[in-house]
Write a protein that binds this ligand. Structure first.
Ligand SMILES: [Zn+2]
Length: 329
């Protein structure tokens, strides 16, 4: 059922958003009839959000990843795969979702846009160097232990979570706008203006993070899956993931013991869990170490559990949770 109706709901939500901001005149009736010019398929929420904002009323955008589904473990039906061939544009990030990469390869030729190059992804080994660098400050064994914690990656060699760094995310906005201008030059001015407005929002968000995380008691960020590497890098935090880059990987008893002792040594007060994954692991570590659990949302999708209605709102909720848990003033 839902792909089409979901897209329509999204389209009309977007229409409301646009008129509320006074940018762009939207004919809600046209959207409700699904007569937007372009049919665009996005692979998952962070990409969908940008396409919706940049395309505005000129596209009907659907997402391959339903809200509440962990984007990492997405599976596609034959119908989903078939829908890619009909779209005017498919926007995805190679290396994030294996099912999407395969579907794009088999169904889509020149109508696909891979945003990963614009996001300037870092290899996971660069993230590990980061860990090693930090380990000198405290536990001399952490460099070695960090390697163990990274077993079980299934993403390939690059960290795919670029959208959690507003600056990297902003580069993706520009790539999407450029492609929309190419596909639909008649509305080039709208795409460029919309992109500029998103980049402005992301700059403001970045400034808020910069300021909000400038002065904190702790810079050690303990998460379940390591989605926040780019965010940590940008705001000078040190991420320690309990399960590594891949959320499905089950941490070993040894890894849990190791992270618990790091938490105690570093005086960490807060373990960060995620809304759509099971929080059992975070709770186990918190119980063992007498710390508390707060939510940090990696923005795989917006659901009723989300702390906001869209990317910007949830990121601001994330900033509050970070500021609270890390003791920032
Ligand atoms: Zn992830």
């Amino acid at each position: 059922m839902p792909r089409r109706s979901r897209a329509l709901v999204l389209a009309s939500t977007l229409a409301l958003g646009l008129s509320a901001c006074g940018s762009g005149s939207t004919d809600g009736g046209a959207d409700a009839e699904g007569s937007a010019d372009l049919q665009v398929v996005a692979s998952f929420y962070p990409v969908q959000y940008l396409v919706e904002r940049v395309a505005g009323e000129h596209a009907e955008v659907s997402s391959l990843t339903a809200p509440g589904v962990d984007p990492h473990s997405l599976e596609l039906s034959p119908r989903d795969v078939g829908s890619l061939g009909d779209a005017d544009l498919v926007v995805y990030s190679a290396g994030m979702q294996a099912a999407v990469d395969d579907a794009v390869e088999s169904q889509v030729d020149d109508t696909a846009l891979d945003v990963a190059p614009a996001a300037d992804l870092l290899s996971v080994s660069e993230t590990e160097e980061e860990h090693a660098g930090h380990s000198e400050e405290g536990d001399e064994d952490r460099e070695h232990e960090g390697d163990e914690g990274h077993e079980g990656h299934d993403h390939g060699s690059e960290d795919p979570h670029f959208w959690l760094d507003p600056e990297r995310y902003g580069h993706v906005v520009e790539a999407i706008a450029d492609r929309l201008v190419e596909v639909d030059p008649d509305h080039a001015a709208d795409y460029e203006a919309n992109a500029a407005s998103v980049v402005e929002d992301l700059d403001a968000l970045d400034a808020d993070f910069e300021q909000g995380l400038a002065d904190c008691t702790s810079r050690d960020l303990v998460t379940t899956h390591e989605a926040f590497g780019y965010l940590a890098e940008r705001y000078d935090l040190h991420q320690m993931g309990i399960t590594g880059i891949s959320p499905e990987a089950e941490p070993s008893a040894a890894r849990l013991a190791e992270i618990s002792s790091q938490v105690e040594e570093l005086g960490v007060t807060t373990i960060y869990a995620e809304p759509i994954l099971t929080n059992a692991i975070a709770r186990t570590v918190a119980q063992e170490t007498g710390t508390r659990v707060l939510t940090l949302d990696p923005l795989g999708g917006i659901t009723e559990e989300s702390a906001g209605e869209d990317y910007l709102e949830v990121m601001r909720a994330n900033l509050e949770a970070l500021s609270d848990g890390l003791g920032c003033s």
